[in-house]
Each structure stands twice: as structure tokens, then as C-alpha cells.
Design a binder for this molecule. Sequence first.
Ligand SMILES: NC(=O)c1ccc[n+]([C@@H]2O[C@H](COP(=O)([O-])OP(=O)(O)OC[C@H]3O[C@@H](n4cnc5c(N)ncnc54)[C@H](O)[C@@H]3O)[C@@H](O)[C@H]2O)c1
Length: 264
Amino acid sequence: MTRSFAPATYPGLEGRAVLNTGGAKGIGYAMANAFARHGADLLLMDMDADALATAAKTLRRDFPHVRIETYAGSVTDEAAVEAACAACEEAFGRVDILLTNAGISMNRPSTELTLNEWRRAVDVNLTGTFICAQAAARRMIAQKDGVILNTASMWGLASSPGRAAYCASKAGVISLTEVLADEWAEHGIRVNAICPGYIRTALTDELIGKGTLDLARIETRTPQGRMGTPEEVAEMAVYLASDAAVFVTGHAHLSDGGFLVRTF
Ligand SMILES: NC(=O)c1ccc[n+]([C@@H]2O[C@H](COP(=O)([O-])OP(=O)(O)OC[C@H]3O[C@@H](n4cnc5c(N)ncnc54)[C@H](O)[C@@H]3O)[C@@H](O)[C@H]2O)c1
């Protein structure tokens, strides 16, 4: 029997102020839905202003009891991240939970990868995560409470040929998560990384369309025989951010349909 996904309800999320980067689409948008379902207020930060407006409109329609704000900007821009944190504080009084979903893929054989491509992947995926975590933690330290969830990838834990910049940047996100969890535990801040396997989003659809990802091969290679959904990843986020997970910090949590345990 194949069981279908059934979302649960977790404690301690109602009324919390969530800053969600990359929240306009894909996994970030699914997380926005999951936190809104729990009654959390959300500030979505994304580079794509149009997608941001559409996401906010749908969320306001579906969750009229929660407050939804947006900020258009890049996580690589320190001033924009600071402004997004300030906007979150102004709207909701606090920044309780940071979700760092903004990320890009970078697939090219290592001998052909340009330095600009390398720098762009590291800049968005790793440096962007650090900029957001630092800006949010300055507020969380003052309030002695906070949760940071960094969306890394299973490719931060294992190698994938032709993806040096992506894998290295995501491995960096996992290492950053470990250090920040250790450094900020005394301030009441928990930091975890979420490591999705292959998840069906605009990002992977584009790669499948270009022939960079082979859908049939992914399905055969995954023990559960399918790609995951953004909602399944978002469920891990609401659990990890909730009071059900108060003793969980510093770790990388996989949701990959068993992909990484298979060795062929
Ligand atoms: N889809 C997967 O299979 C998969 C697997 C593992 C990890 N991830 C990670 O999950 C995260 C979300 O991926 P997704 O598949 O939902 O992608 P997506 O492309 O559907 O969504 C990413 C969002 O981030 C935004 N964004 C990109 N660069 C930004 C920047 N510099 N500043 C602000 N916003 C920016 C985009 O506009 C978009 O709305 C990424 O970090 C990705 O690496 C995805």
C-alpha cells in the first residue's frame, strides 16, 4: 500500500514572525503555505517581484487570518537583507523564524565551469545564507529566542559529478549550520539544515526540460521510485521550527525518498 502525504499540526508556531527567503516559488512557497496554515505571520523575500506578488495574493486569499508581507531583493545584497529583517520587525514586531530557501542550481562539468558561475552559486547559496542568518540572529540574540532553517540539499552531503559549485555551496551551508547552531545555542537559537532530495519544482522542471536532469533515471534510482513534493519538504520545516523539536539543533535532515542510502 502506498500511503499518501498527510500534513500534521505542530505546536508553537501560531503568531510567530517568519522571514522566508525564496518564498515566492517552489519549496519556499510550500513552506509559506505550511507556516500560514499554522497561523504564523510571514514576510516573503524574493528576487522575483512578480512571483512574490502572486504568492502573496494567493496566501492572503487562502489564509485571511495571517499577515503576509513581501520584500523584493536579493539575499546576496546585505542592505536588502537588513531592510527585509527591518520590514519583518516593523510589521510583526520580531523575527522569530528564518527560512533560507533562496538558491540556484549550477550544473556544468568542472573543467568548463566559469569562475563567474562558481562565484554566483557560492554567492547565492552560501554567502546569501550567511548574510540572512547573521541579520536575523542579531535580532534573535536580543530576544533570546529564534529558529533558523537553512535549505541545503542532499547534494551537500554527497557528490554529484558536474555540480561542483552546487555541491560545495550546499556542503558549506551544512557546515555553516553546524557552526551557527553551536555558537548561538546559548542565546536560545536553534539552527538546522533541511536537505531535500529530488523535488518537483520550477527549478527541477527547467533542468528536466533542458535535459540536464533525467526524470526516468531519478525515479529508478530513488528507492521510493518518485520525486518528492515541495509540501513534503515543507512539513519537515514546520516540525523543525516548532516546539516539538526544541532539542533538535545543528543537524542536516534529509527528505529524499531514500536516494542517498542506495549505493548504485
Ligand atoms: N527542487 C529540488 O529538487 C531541490 C533539491 C535540493 C535542494 N533544493 C534547494 O531548495 C531551495 C529552493 O529550491 P526550489 O526547487 O524551490 O527552487 P525554485 O527556483 O522553484 O525557487 C527558488 C526561489 O528562490 C528565489 N531566488 C533565487 N535566487 C535568489 C536571490 N539571490 N535572492 C532572493 N531570492 C532568490 C527565486 O526567485 C525563486 O522564487 C534552493 O536552495 C535549492 O537549492 C531544491
